[in-house]
Write a protein that binds this ligand. Sequence first.
Ligand code: ADP
Ligand code: F6P
Length: 472
Amino acid sequence: GSGTAPADVSASFVVVANRLPVDRVQHPDGTVDWRTSPGGLVTALEPVMRKNEGAWVGWHGAPDEVLDPFEEDGITIVPVPLSSQEVAEYYEGFSNATLWPLYHDVVAPPEFHREWWDAYVRVNRRFAERAAAVSDEGATVWVQDYQLQLVPQMLRTMRPDLRIGFFLHIPFPPVELFQQLPWRREITEGLLGSDLIGFQLPGAVQNFTRLVRQRVSAEVRRDLVTLPDGHVARAKAYPISIDSRGFRELARSAPVRERAREIRRDLGDPEVMFLGVDRLDYTKGIKQRLRAYGELVAEGRLDPDKVVFVQVATPSRERVDQYRHLRDEIDMLVGRINGEVGRIGRPPVVYLHSSFPREEMAALYSTADVMVVTPLRDGMNLVAKEYVACHEGDEGALVLSEFAGAAYELKQAYKINPYDINDIKATLELACRDAPTNKARRLRALRKQVFDNDITRWADTFLSDLDQKVTG
Ligand code: ADP
Ligand code: F6P
């Protein structure tokens, strides 16, 4: 629920993101609910905001509504309104049908439309104005993700006194792909308005600095970019993480343990439970993983009486064509696998198209034997880390795409190339049948990684780097 409206918001720490941590949902009967927003950005930043008192500027997920600021669990929420047309052009259009596929290896063809760009500029300016209005003198403002890449430069022009950080949660593409973008110069300059630009991986930093060398009149020395006006922007990698201890505590709680046992029973006590958890997105490789699993069952390499694959997919960006097609394709694929190799009371795939509370996710993670994470491209993938944090004991396995940012740190996962169905098949089998000592050794190494590098460490490192004034 939303509390009372603070009269005048003013903060020394301000996060600006397209999404607020909560979404406003209006039911057909007119009642209103607030729900946790989908995706990794909110999972990661929520604990950071709870620790550092501050304001969160963002959109509340519904069109055509102007809302006052309010307090939610100790966070000051500053809603930014979007009209229906802006949702269509800025959010569904330029953010999610132009930038999203372009930045993810063009796994779907990006669309370029001038009206979408115009809306992107307009909405970025609104976010920048809102952030400028709530920031104290000399405040730190941390802008998030690909929807708001023009905000740093706009904000610097409005408020030169601010420390401006930017973090990109998704991959930054190679120059060869980025340069398709008709507005490549504006986006690059928008980002360079920051004092510190954070990327998930060193490879993304390289892509960005290579782009700047080729396209902008600036001096680039290693990770420092000096602009003609003397402003210095630094680019550096900060692999994002989760509240590892928070997830583990949740998984250890009595109700979640009980729920885990219940899930297992309801599934018919399978010998092996595979699990996939994603936003329903074409970058996640859901088709590839289900196809691989379906073939293993059809070929008798996995016994349909003993195994089950639980795939949980949160509805996402449902009015964008590519997402609509994907949903139909997955429906068909699941239907085909269950129709062809299923038995009464034992469907080989249990598919849930919906979002669940964090407790339910923790229960699923803690009981799943093989976690299957197969994106064709992913900035990080927090689901992989959540599994590692929640899954205790020596049995368990993480199958992980080498194209997920998480693969850079989670080196002991069972790695796969998601474009190679035979590789996925062989690795799913290995993950089931590997010697217990191998599994235990891998899990221990993964756990060490995820607990040594949690979200607090990520935020502290970024913010202390942002604090240091660098000169070119
Ligand atoms: P992305 O940011 O692209 O969605 P991530 O894997 O980084 O991908 O983050 C996804 C987040 O959404 C995780 O915190 C995960 O727990 C959550 N999530 C994914 N699917 C569901 C679901 N069906 N119900 C609830 N939470 C989900
Ligand atoms: O970084 C991943 C991300 O794109 C976030 O920016 C976003 O909030 C999340 O996934 C979920 O997507 P959406 O906000 O479009 O529902």
